[in-house]
Design a protein. Structure first.
Length: 618
């Protein structure tokens, strides 16, 4: 699952916040002459969005050209010409690549492939009548996978417009700021009509003024927050479907129907780690203040002095589609203790800002108070006697090296604050229980793909194990558990966690690359025929040497947990195809038994995906 879980405010950086908040940054890009009436109107919604949540997988429709009567003739701006677009193809499986697939589906696969096939480069040429900095009125057709809106620009040439913070069915006014391949990016200026279907969630501040986030519309973090939660979950289910359709390279018969996304028990105040950052004061302001001898003012820039002089101390997250940090006082998806600590940390930085010659990132991590005594192999953690500690009694840790404590069901975990651990504790019991049930389905009927039922595994290999989350929470079902992890600190934590939970005798923790471990497993009594492997790599997914060795090891079950469903789909596709060719003669292969998303990051468009692969005899 998540390697680097997205931090609030980390968008894909393709578009930008509404106009009113952007005056200063937008003005730098204004053309010499601003077209005053360059509006283009789309009076009908584009026919069918390629990925509205209700769509069935695999259907993509060519969108009929919007008739020219649908649009007012755009007025040609007198100012700058369209800038020549950089023609760089996105890296495969990157956010930009996923967006290109969104555009391709939206405009029609046949049309897009036909155009690209002509090799004229015209997919890079925006319609003549669509100028940079022009304002357009659009009806949003769909969400992109990353939660932005996609609309059809009317004209002879099918062309998509990507705008953040708007929802399917909204009528919006937007301002084009960049052309790209078959699409342009726009800033949202105004929502003229709200789509009721995609609004009205708890984070919709029109309906619940006290709820949601006051930074929505500027911060790059939580694009889906006004969307009712069930629709957020549907969006993520569709994301998993699309990823397998686009990137697995598998015949559709080999991809099972995607199961409903499991929601997070907490949808706000869930995030146990945040990393606000800030820039150092620019040199000119340091010099100016020092020269004028305003010593007192040096440390009070944040109180307005800096702003008056043209610089403001901002501590927070990235702004959507614009460089620089936006000032954030609270983050409603972070736990209460982190928000409280953020106030203190902000003051501390503001009061000492002139001592920073470089920008920096703060770490705030939610932790249980340190247990007393700390559990050990001779006196392990006992969930029967340990009380559940309410969220208000948690503590916030800011030192990267300090130990953080978290509880997951009957187990306790400790790890250095700066190292990896899942960021939403509220969903870890459902997630780990689900993985356990997937390995040991309650009845043969639950694993229809495996006939006859596969033998029950007795050994678990937890690859990319971090501080041992899966190995430890699943341990009661296995005789032996081995974990492998590249980070030395994490493997030390995993070993300590096993001891704190009294599991030192059945667990082995190995520091190294996941792809190097299979050779050594046999001598520790791990054979594929009695093992199950959990795979939980970083966003980039697994390397081929790892996947090849996994196939060679031939475990009974593989549970692949991923924070990047696109690379997961690629890897699962590889495993299935390779197993068919490698196992053909001996009569075995892997099948994808189930695919399902988990919502580790409510209000954002991110989804954690769990794929269960079962070894079967043909
Ligand atoms: C998404 S995290 C999962 C951690 C753990 N499973 C959990 O849920 O807490 C991925 C982990 O893979 C580790 N990692 C990255 N590349 C690796 C490699 N080549 N071999 C082994 N571990 C690796 C990272 O250090 C990180 O701890």
């Amino acid at each position: 699952m998540t390697t680097q879980p997205p931090s609030p405010g980390s968008g894909t950086g393709t578009s930008s916040p509404p106009h009113k908040k952007l005056k200063s940054s937008v003005s730098a890009e204004l053309p010499d002459v601003i077209p005053t009436n360059g509006f283009t109107e789309v009076t009908e919604a584009p026919i069918k969005a390629a990925f509205l949540p209700n769509d069935s997988m695999g259907t993509t429709e060519t969108i009929p050209k919007a008739s020219s009567s649908q649009s007012q003739a755009p007025v040609k701006p007198k100012g700058k010409k369209n800038r020549k677009q950089k023609r760089t193809l996105p890296e495969k499986y990157s956010a930009q690549d996923v967006l290109f697939h969104d555009v391709r589906d939206f405009l029609g696969v046949e049309y897009v492939d036909g155009l690209i096939g002509k090799k004229e480069g015209s997919e890079w040429e925006a319609p003549e009548e669509l100028k940079l900095f022009e304002e357009v009125t659009l009806t949003v057709g769909a969400f992109t996978v990353s939660g932005e809106s996609i609309s059809l620009f009317p004209g002879d040439k099918p062309w998509a417009i990507i705008t953040p913070f708007a929802h399917p069915g909204d009528r919006i006014r937007a301002k084009i700021h960049k052309h790209d391949r078959l699409c342009s990016f726009a800033d949202l200026l105004e929502i003229l009509e709200y789509s009721e279907e995609y609004r009205g969630g708890e984070g919709d501040r029109r309906k619940y003024p006290e709820n949601g986030c006051r930074y929505f519309g500027e911060c790059g973090g939580c694009q889906l927050q006004p969307v009712p939660y069930p629709l957020q979950l549907q969006h993520k289910k569709r994301t998993v479907e699309l990823a397998y359709q686009r990137f697995s390279n598998l015949h559709k018969d080999l991809i099972p129907g995607i199961q409903d996304t499991i929601g997070s028990p907490k949808q706000w105040g869930y995030r146990t780690k945040i990393t606000p950052h800030f820039d150092a004061p620019p040199k000119w302001i340091q010099k100016q203040l020092k020269e004028s001898g305003e010593e007192a003012a040096l440390n009070s820039l944040a109180n307005g002095d800096g702003e008056k002089k043209g610089w403001e101390c901002r501590i927070g997250f990235e702004r959507k589609g614009r460089p620089g940090v936006m000032d954030i006082e609270e983050c409603p998806i972070a736990t209460p203790v982190l928000n409280k600590k953020m106030t203190e940390e902000r003051k501390r930085v503001q009061n000492t800002i002139m001592s920073f010659t470089r920008g920096a990132t703060l770490l705030l991590r939610d932790s249980l108070p340190s247990p007393d005594p700390i559990p050990s192999s001779s006196s392990p953690f006992s969930h029967d006697t340990a009380p559940i500690i309410p969220a208000e009694q948690h503590v916030a840790i800011t030192n990267h090296k300090q130990a953080v404590y978290e509880r997951v069901g009957k187990y306790i975990f400790s790890f250095a604050a700066g190292s990896f651990f899942q960021n939403n504790n509220s969903i870890l019991i459902p997630l780990t229980e689900y993985v356990k049930e997937a390995i040991f389905p309650p009845s043969p009927a639950a694993s229809p793909a495996s006939k006859p039922p596969t033998p029950t595994p007795t050994h678990l290999v937890d690859t990319y194990c971090g501080s041992g989350l899966f190995g430890i929470t699943l341990s009661d079902k296995f005789e032996k558990v081995a974990g492998v992890e590249i980070s030395h600190d994490s493997i030390v934590a995993a070993k300590k966690n096993a001891e704190m939970n009294g599991l030192q005798d059945k667990t082995t923790w190995l520091c190294g690359k996941a792809e190097d471990i299979f050779g050594g497993l046999a001598e520790k009594g791990f054979e594929g025929g009695k093992s199950c492997v959990v795979v939980d790599p970083p966003r980039k997914g697994c390397d081929e040497p790892f996947l090849d060795q996994l196939l060679h090891f031939k475990p009974l079950t593989v549970v692949y947990v991923s924070c990047n469903v696109h690379t997961q789909a690629r890897d699962v596709g590889y495993l299935i195809r390779e197993s068919e060719s490698r196992g053909r003669e001996k009569g075995w292969k892997y099948v994808v038994e189930s695919l399902r998303g988990f919502d580790l990051f409510p209000q954002t468009a991110h989804v954690e995906s769990v794929a269960v692969l079962r070894w079967i005899e043909n």
